[in-house]
Every structure is written in structure tokens, then in C-alpha cells.
Design a protein around this ligand. Structure first.
Ligand SMILES: NC(=O)c1ccc[n+]([C@@H]2O[C@H](COP(=O)([O-])OP(=O)(O)OC[C@H]3O[C@@H](n4cnc5c(N)ncnc54)[C@H](O)[C@@H]3O)[C@@H](O)[C@H]2O)c1
Length: 284
């Protein structure tokens, strides 16, 4: 996998002193978000179950930005009980408050809907619900008491354009659509009251990403999902991008982290889902 890249916001210190948590920040999109936050002088905390990769991300960031502060906390977002300990550690490192929480962990595993009747596929289905849906839900619940004490707090979920349906990925698409339900609910529940400030929420939905941005494990699952397609979409993601995306290319990772930055820096965007699809899934 290639190294994270600078963003358009580089060198502007736009998040100076902000306390930012990124789940799944060890690899992929999460690693790039951590890098973009750090290049804007945020204090970054990676919550991930892959500590070795998280430490590598920390080193990459600290090589690039000498004075950056990066923390690593181990945790499995799908484990509601043990996650409590991870959040206690986060609270202690960040002195009881978080300003920005990026709920990024997500796994992709293919399942055609009719395959659920087999034992093997039902395990895959349970796993994807546990990590993508329950994990997002649990993290939001644990993060709220810390966010509500933050400065201009915001929680951003990383979804997917698969939320509108994706052949061969019924379970994944369902969990990504569920994030939209969570988005609306959280925006309503986390409103400002006499006692508490509001916590803004957002959903960023990437679509096709350049191949070099994807880990080998992830590519395995994507290929398996593609193999289960039966219609015209049974062609490579690059070919789909070239034919269906008005920009005629896939997204670079920093083009996703830039939208996360935009949402973070805004003070009035709330409860919005933003597709980052180069125009493929435009909604007018
Ligand atoms: N890669 C894509 O093409 C793509 C496209 C659209 C949306 N997305 C979404 O972007 C998000 C990130 O995807 P990615 O491609 O960067 O993934 P990735 O597989 O490259 O990285 C996922 C990270 O999450 C961590 N992780 C996985 N399960 C975990 C768990 N249970 N607890 C804690 N950490 C865990 C991994 O260790 C890893 O660091 C996901 O929500 C995904 O659905 C990805």
C-alpha cells in the first residue's frame, strides 16, 4: 500500500490542538485521515485492533511531522464490553473530551442475499453486521459523553455509496444504508439543550478508490464480491469508474480525507450524507 499523501489543507494548522479519534486508523482510508489531521496539527488517536499497523501509521506520521502527537489504543469496535476499556483509555489520554470522532471501521465481505441460508454465509453476514453496524453504533454511544465536552464537537461516519445497493454485497450495502438511519437519529438526539451543546454528525460515502489505496486482504473480498455479480457490473472497478464516473477515474485517498476535513471545519453542516463518487451517484 502506498504512503499517505498531503491534502489541499496541508501546512495550515487548521486543527491545531484538536483532539481527534479515528477508528480503523491503522490502514486504508483511516490511515490517510489520521495523516491529514496530523498535517493540520491535530492530536490524533488511532483506535484499531491491529496495533502493529497502527504503530506503523504513527511512525509514518511522526516521520513526516516531527512534533505531531499520535496515540494508539487497541480495541475491537464489535466488542461492546471490551470497548468500554478502550474508551476509558481514550478518556484518560484526552482528559475526558474529544473534539472530532471518525467512525471509520468497516469491513467488506460479499454475500448474495439468497446465500444467507447456508451456514458459512450466515457467519459472514453476522460478522459484517457486528463490525459495520454494531461497531459504528457502539462507538457512537461510547464517544458521546466525551464529544459533548469537546470544542465544536463532531462525529463523522465513513459510509459507502453501496448504501443505495451493490450487487454481490447485500450485507455490506445494508450496513452502509443503516448508517444513514443512525445519521438522522444522532443528529436529532445530539441536539443542543439547556445543559448540553450539540454534537454535529456527518456521513461521508466514498465510492471507487484507486487500487493502490486498498490492502491485499480488502482486494481479496472485493474480487470475491465481483465474482458473484451476474449482470453488466461484472467488470473491474477501474472499468466501471471509466464508464460510469463523470470524472472518468477513481478517487485518491486524500480526496476522501479532504471531505472529512471540510465537514470537520464546517460549523453548520449537520445530519448530512455526502457522496464522494466523482459524480457517479449525484443527487439533484
Ligand atoms: N476501500 C474502499 O474501496 C471503500 C469504498 C467505500 C467505502 N469504504 C469505507 O471506508 C471505511 C474504511 O475502509 P478501508 O478500505 O480503509 O478499510 P481497510 O480494510 O483498509 O482498513 C480498515 C481498518 O479497520 C481496522 N479494523 C477492522 N475491523 C476492526 C474492528 N473490529 N475493530 C477495530 N479495528 C478494526 C483494520 O485493522 C484496519 O486498520 C469502511 O467503513 C469502508 O466501508 C471503503
Amino acid at each position: 500500500m502506498k504512503k499517505p499523501e498531503s491534502s489541499k489543507f496541508s501546512g495550515k494548522a487548521l486543527l491545531k490542538g484538536k483532539k481527534c479519534v479515528v477508528t480503523g486508523g491503522a490502514l486504508g482510508i483511516g490511515r490517510q485521515i489520521c495523516y491529514t489531521f496530523a498535517e493540520n496539527e491535530a492530536e490524533v488517536l488511532i483506535l484499531d485492533f491491529n496495533v502493529a499497523a497502527a504503530e506503523e501509521t504513527k511512525s509514518l506520521i511522526q516521520e513526516a511531522f516531527k512534533d505531531s502527537k499520535v496515540h494508539v489504543v487497541q480495541g475491537d469496535v464489535s466488542d461492546r464490553i471490551k470497548l468500554k476499556e478502550s474508551f476509558a483509555e481514550i478518556a484518560s489520554i484526552f482528559n475526558g473530551s474529544i473534539d472530532v470522532f471518525v467512525n471509520n471501521v468497516g469491513i467488506i465481505q460479499p454475500c448474495r442475499i439468497e446465500d444467507i441460508v447456508s451456514e458459512k454465509e450466515s457467519n459472514t453476514f453476522d460478522k459484517i453486521i457486528d463490525v459495520n453496524f454494531k461497531g459504528t453504533y457502539y462507538c457512537a454511544a461510547y464517544a458521546y459523553p466525551l464529544l459533548v465536552k469537546g470544542i465544536d464537537p463532531v462525529l463523522i461516519m465513513i459510509g459507502s455509496c453501496a448504501s443505495v445497493g451493490s450487487e454481490g454485497q447485500g450485507g455490506y450495502a445494508g450496513t452502509k444504508a443503516a448508517q444513514r438511519g443512525l445519521l438522522g437519529t444522532l443528529a436529532k438526539e445530539w441536539k443542543a439543550t439547556e445543559d448540553y451543546q450539540a454534537v454535529r454528525v456527518g456521513l461521508i460515502e466514498p465510492d471507487y478508490l484507486e487500487k493502490t489505496a486498498i490492502t491485499a486482504e480488502k482486494q481479496y473480498w472485493i474480487d470475491l464480491a465481483n465474482a458473484r455479480r451476474t449482470t453488466v457490473d461484472k467488470i473491474s472497478d477501474e472499468a466501471v469508474a471509466r464508464t460510469k464516473v463523470p470524472l472518468k477515474r477513481e478517487a485518491r485517498l486524500n480526496e476522501i480525507s479532504e471531505v472529512v476535513m471540510l465537514y470537520t471545519l464546517s460549523t453548520y453542516l449537520n445530519g448530512e450524507a455526502i457522496s464522494v463518487s466523482g459524480g457517479k451517484t449525484m443527487r439533484l
